[in-house]
Design a protein around this ligand. Structure first.
Ligand code: LLP
Length: 447
């Protein structure tokens, strides 16, 4: 059971939920919640629950909003596919003309399966191994973002061995104070594991330009997630431009091939009653950065493009009371949507058929952990076993962070586009749970 009084109450009485930037794609028609023009009850009836449902129009709209914010300057969005790497979702993002940002060999593979070309692809990540670097070079990606001098040397060795020249960027840790909803999603502060410390970045850029098999094509930063006001982004971008100016002044040859300035991702999304991110200010920062550098401005948003476009559809199994609390047990749990358990994150609960009677409940999953909750101390319309609920704004860091804990098959995923819908990932079956396993190993004996 959830810890009695352990977690702070969420869905504060009096706090009013405000619609997210993609709420229009989740209309209530005839008293029933839809994704675009498809009733969620029809999806549940056809594919069962729990199921992630995504609105194509929502993803396209988010891409359009960010693209519009950067209008007028050479720019490109590279979708951070860590937020949601399902092939069907990648297909919609690719259709918007965005590039892709990968952080592992597996993500690179997925991106290629979804049709992204090397030229559309950035590869980042704090701990790329040699195979991942070699695969990135073989895929002729547009840029490999390095996070240490050791890594630059390894990329150089792998590129030389392959007879190639690897385009690289330096990930600079701008070392600015960042506000975020959780310590785990801050990345651009002094002492963080990410990037190259600001004071060392000039030397790393010079090293990159001097090593064989490397071409220094970009400077990169990423501050963390859920940025709204953009003050930290303005400060960090100012520092990055200062670094660029020094590099150009002190080592013009090292700076000669620079083509892109990547300002990172982290653009905020409204889950509850947060302010919307200041996209106008983001655009101003990007325009200034372009004016000062003459470089193409890249962003690598993950959450902003997909969070509000997705919901987790789940069915109520049981309704029960314990002590002073009322529990709604759903067929989705922390293995399906980890964010509430891991970060105490808020996802709005919305019934597919809303009831006028409200009650204050704990929405919990079937997993044998006290931390298995989806929403605590939340006022929702009264529900009964069999009713359908959604956890909203679950398109980012939802399915990708799901697991098979408690030997629970992972959920199905469905893509909606107007009045049509289709499965983009089948629900796992019990056979999938044991694939690659054996009761008795094929023993090897040490001679
Ligand atoms: N670029 C880099 C280098 C990143 O590390 C990240 C996210 C992004 C871009 C995309 O950030 P976004 O635009 O999605 O905020 N699991 C957490 C979020 C972890 C984010 C990790 N890095 C969550 O569920 O909120």
């Amino acid at each position: 059971m959830p810890p009695a009084g352990g977690a702070p109450p969420r869905g504060r009485p009096g706090a009013r939920h405000r619609a997210s930037h993609l709420a229009a794609h989740w209309p209530i028609v005839g008293g029933a919640l839809h994704c675009e023009r498809v009733p969620l009850s029809a999806i549940a009836a056809a594919v069962g629950t729990p199921t992630y449902v995504y609105s194509s129009a929502g993803i396209r709209e988010a891409c359009r909003q960010l693209d519009a914010a950067l209008a007028g300057i050479p720019h490109r969005l590279h979708y951070a596919m860590k937020a949601n790497g399902s092939l069907g979702v990648l297909g919609v993002v690719r259709g918007c003309g965005a590039g892709i940002d990968c952080v592992s060999g597996g993500e690179l593979y997925r991106a290629r399966q979804a049709g992204f070309r090397g030229a559309d692809t950035f590869v980042g990540g704090v701990g790329k191994n040699e195979d991942e670097i070699a695969a990135s070079i073989a895929a002729e990606v547009a840029c490999i973002t390095a996070e240490s001098d050791d890594e630059l040397r390894l990329i150089s060795r792998v590129a030389v061995a392959a007879g190639a020249t690897a385009p690289v960027a330096i990930r600079v840790n701008p070392e600015v104070a960042v506000e975020a909803f959780h310590e785990y999603v801050k990345t651009g502060q002094s002492g963080d594991k990410f990037g190259i410390p600001f004071d060392a970045a000039l030397g790393s850029a010079q090293l990159a330009a001097s090593l064989p098999g490397l071409r220094l094509v970009g400077l990169h930063q990423h501050l963390g997630s859920q940025l709204f006001g953009m003050a930290a982004l303005a400060e960090a971008t100012g520092k990055l431009l200062g670094l660029l100016a020094r590099l150009r002044a002190e080592s013009p040859a090292a700076a000669a091939a620079l083509a892109t300035l990547d300002l990172g991702g982290g653009i905020g999304v409204r889950y509850e009653d947060e302010d919307e991110p200041d996209l106008a200010e983001l655009g101003r920062i990007a325009r200034e950065a372009h004016a000062a550098s003459g470089l193409e401005i890249c962003l690598e948003p993950g959450r902003f493009l997909v969070a509000g476009a997705g919901a987790l559809l789940t069915r109520v199994l049981y309704h029960k009371r314990s002590g002073a609390r009322t529990f709604v047990v759903t067929d989705a749990g922390m293995n399906d949507l980890l964010r509430p358990a891991l970060y105490d994150a808020y996802h709005r609960v919305e019934a597919v058929h809303a009831s006028p009677l409200h009650e204050r409940v704990e929405v919990v999953g079937p997993v044998c952990e006290s931390g298995d909750f989806l929403a605590l101390d939340r006022e929702i319309g009264a529900v009964r076993p069999g009713d359908l609920l959604t956890l909203q704004t679950a398109g980012a860091y939802g399915f990708v962070m799901s697991s098979n804990y408690n030997a629970r098959p992972r959920a199905a995923e469905v893509l909606v586009d107007g009045a049509r819908w289709g499965v983009i990932r089948e629900r796992e079956r019990h056979e999938d749970l044991v694939r690659g396993e054996r009761v008795t190993p094929e023993w090897s004996t040490i001679a």
